[in-house]
Structures are given as C-alpha cells and as structure tokens.
Design a protein around this ligand. Structure first.
Ligand code: CMC
Length: 432
C-alpha cells in the first residue's frame, strides 16, 4: 500500500493517498481535498503541481536529466534524428525500419498545404510576425483538413496518424511559406526526395533555377536543433495543448494554442530575445560585464536571457549539447560571430557570479540556439517558429495522451476569489 499523507485543518484530519512515479518522484493526490474539506490547494504558476501522469518525457531538473520515453537526450542527440525521435515520442517506442519508412512517408505525403491555405497566407501584412502567421495557420489546418480534424474523440483518434503527420509536416511548410510570403517571394513546393530538415531548408531558401542544397553539417545541425526541442514535459505550451485537448478540441486547434503559448519571451521567444540581447551588448561596446550587472539589479526589467529555468536548477542538458554543436558548426562554416564571444563571456561570468549561483541560474537551451540558427541562415524573427517546428511532435504526443484517456476530465482549475464582495447594481444616473 502506498504512503498516506495526513493533513490537519480546523481540528480535523484528512488522509490522502500518495503516488510515486517510475523515477521515484513523489506526489500527494489532493483530488478529494475540496470535496472532503472545502479547501482547494493553491499553487499560482503551478510550480508545485503535477497536472497529469504522463509516459512521454522525464526531467530531473535538480541534476539536469532529460529523457524521451526513457532514453537520455545525450544518446538521442548522438544516435537518433528528429524523425525517429518524433515517432518514439508519438507512439512510445523506437520504430523498426518499416515503421520509420511509413512514418517518414506519411510526413512527406502530407507536406504540401492546400492551395487555398497557401493563398490565405498571402493575406497577411508583409511585416506580420511569423509566429502570428504560424499560429493562425495551425488553427486553419482544422478548416483545410476537416476529414481528419473532427472535434470528435473517436474519429479524431481514428485519423491520428494522418493528422499527426499533417501537423508535423505542414508546420514546417507553413513556416517556410510565412518566411517567403512576408518577403514578397514565391513559396516553394515541398520536395519528397529530401529529408525533413533538408526539405525545410529547400522550402526556405531555394530560388527559381537555384535549388538550395544543404551541406551535411548544416543538415545535421538543424536536425539536432529540432530533436533537442521535440518535447519537454509539462512546460507552458505543452500544458496549454493538454488544457485545450481536455475539452475535446481537435489536434490542430490544440497545437495552435500551444504555438500561442510558446510565443512569449519567457518561453519559446527567449531564443529571439537572446540574440537581441547579444546584439545590443555588441553595439554598446560592452563585453557583457555591464549587462550582467544590470540583469542582477533587475533594473529596467532586464534579465540574462537564455539563463534560468523553472525546472532545471542545474545545467539544462540541451544547452550543453547545443553549445558544443554551435562551436563545431561555426568552426566548420568558418563563421566568426562576435555574438558567440559575448555569449561565452556572459556564460563564464554568470557561472562564477554569486547572484546566479545562489539562484541556480544556468544556461538553458535557448542560450546558444539563436547563434546556431543564425549560422544556418535563419533570420531572428523566425527563431521561435523553429522552436515550434521542433516542439510539434511533443505537443502531438501530449494531445494523443489526453485523447486516448477515456476517463480524462476537462482541465478546469479553481481560484481564490479576491474581488469585490457582494454588492448591488447601481443605475448609471447614480454613479459618481
Ligand atoms: N536573469 C536574471 N535573474 C533571473 C533570471 C535571469 N535570466 N531568471 C531568474 N532570475 C532571478 C529572478 O529575478 C528571481 O530573483 P529573486 O529571487 O531575487 O526575486 C529568481 O532568479 C527566481 O526567478 P523566477 O522568475 O521566480 O524563476 P521562474 O522559475 O519563475 O522563471 C524563467 C524561469 C525561465 C522564466 C526565468 O529564469 C527567465 O525569465 N529566464 C530568462 C528567459 C529564458 O531564457 N527563457 C527560456 C526558458 S528555456 C526554454 C523553454 O523551455 O521555454
């Protein structure tokens, strides 16, 4: 029998069961707290709340561990690729060759967006933020793929393979289209002869009569970037996807909400914010020392972007992998990016500074990812979109976990009301 937790409130004792995860994470199951005692648990920001039991990704932030379906991210980064890891996130296990071929084929088959959807994309202003376009396009996928997006749990699940492939493939296609259309360029059709990442680079950068051919180092760096972002447990955007899915919304509607949640600078928008910060430091002639002082003082709301994490109180394992990949890629491409020098200096200075040490603030995945993306030729306004392409399999896997749970409940938190107490309506003539 599992341990019991006893809570004493108003001279009464209440007993709650506990739950233990596979990696011995412990939780008190407070689901009956309100019905038993009239109290709710209060945890603004959910820093101490397990919102679900999941089988997809495990993080131990205290020691810097990240595993997809049990496999350490370091092993996946070394041996796997984005498509294989995506399959595993979605379906639970590494694919056989035949399963991989089928999955990869489905993604290629669903890569082209409907001509009507491509046309709708042209209606956005040329200065529209690509994340705004992407979020809209993800929502619009429900309209252009109605046969596989039905808002009906049973038929949504029957169509899961096609819907998942569409979401993953058309996120990349829509992103490349958003990039080209806002620059007044014609969109490129997907090329099924190419790998996922090479096809994306082709859709972004091929010009009439001048196909873009990715060199292996560029192709591998992009694949690694996508793989490292593919899932990350119950973060802000994934929790949003699960929240929307819990109401029965179809896959496309749910991941569109995820993209909106990702946009903010405290979450997926951090990769853009890091490059902006590094550029500003460079232009001011600072080597990063002055900026660190400002970030420590909290003046003008400055933070060392790309540092700190709600869960990691140690190195983000993705940051270690990406930091090294960044060094190797820039060396291979012969790029001398002054922002890399500033980033290195910021990292060294922060890791030796008591402010950052005492708050367990370490580099996160976004600290070096912007420099990698820039070296690949991706402009800064597309960085968060790149994060969304990478995160799509994780969102889809989490949507599936919700959709497959027949006992699942709509997510509906409580609140502690602090507004005006009961008062009477005042007619307009009597209002001061
Ligand atoms: N620079 C300076 N101080 C910081 C930073 C930072 N990047 N992050 C946290 N702090 C300080 C914060 O001011 C607070 O200090 P004090 O205790 O004196 O008030 C303390 O550290 C705790 O901060 P918090 O905001 O309560 O921590 P949180 O867990 O709510 O926030 C975070 C996590 C990621 C939002 C935050 O660290 C941050 O804003 N970092 C910069 C943005 C960033 O890089 N985000 C990407 C996260 S990784 C990608 C993803 O998965 O989304």
């Amino acid at each position: 029998m599992s341990k019991q937790a006893v809570l004493k409130l108003d001279d009464q004792e209440y007993t709650f069961p506990t739950i233990e995860g596979v990696e011995h994470e412990k939780a008190v199951d407070f689901r009956t707290l309100r019905s038993a005692s009239g109290y709710v648990s209060y945890d603004e920001g959910y820093g101490n709340t397990g919102s679900c039991q999941s089988e997809i990704t495990f993080i131990d932030g205290e020691i810097g561990i990240l595993r997809y379906r049990g496999i350490p991210i370091e092993q996946l980064a070394k041996n796997s690729d984005f498509i294989e890891s995506s399959y595993m996130l979605l379906y639970g296990d590494l694919p056989t060759q035949a399963e991989r071929d089928r999955f990869s084929g489905l993604i290629k088959d669903h890569a082209a967006v409907s001509p009507l959807m491509a046309n709708a994309l042209k209606g956005f202003p040329s200065d529209a933020p690509p994340m705004g376009i992407l979020g809209s396009m993800l929502g619009a996928m429900s309209c252009y793929n109605q046969d596989i997006a039905t808002n009906n749990r049973v038929t949504d699940l029957e169509n899961f393979d096609a819907a998942a492939a569409t979401a993953i493939a058309q996120t990349a296609t829509s992103a490349a289209l958003a990039y080209r259309v806002t620059r007044g360029l014609e969109g490129n059709q997907p090329d099924p002869s190419l790998s996922f990442q090479d096809n994306f680079l082709h859709m972004m950068f091929s010009e009439p009569g001048k196909p873009y051919v990715a060199i292996p180092e560029v192709s591998r760096a992009l694949d690694l970037m996508l793989l490292l972002h593919a899932d990350h447990e119950q973060n802000c955007s994934t929790s949003t996807v699960r929240m929307v899915a819990s109401g029965g919304a179809n896959l496309f509607a749910s991941v569109s909400a995820g993209a909106a949640a990702l946009w903010g600078p405290a979450h997926g928008g951090a990769n853009m914010a890091v490059i902006k910060m590094l550029e500003e430091i460079k232009e001011s002639g600072d080597d990063g020392s002055k900026f660190i002082d400002e970030a420590k003082s909290g003046k003008s709301g400055k933070r060392l972007m790309g540092f700190g994490h709600r869960v990691y109180k140690n190195f983000d394992p993705r940051a270690k992998i990406i930091g090294q990949a960044c060094e190797e890629l820039l060396a291979k491409l012969g790029i001398d990016d002054p922002c890399l020098d500033i980033a290195r200096h910021l990292e060294q200075a922060a890791l030796a500074d008591d402010y950052f040490i005492s708050r367990n603030l370490y580099p996160n995945v976004d600290f070096y990812s912007g420099i990698v993306l820039r070296a690949l030729g991706i402009p800064a306004d597309m960085f968060t979109v790149m994060f969304a392409i990478g995160r799509m399999p994780g969102w889809v896997a989490n949507w599936r976990e919700i959709a497959m749970n027949p006992k699942g409940k709509i997510n509906r938190p409580r609140q502690v009301y602090q507004g005006p107490a009961l008062r009477d309506y005042t007619p307009v003539a009597e209002r001061g």
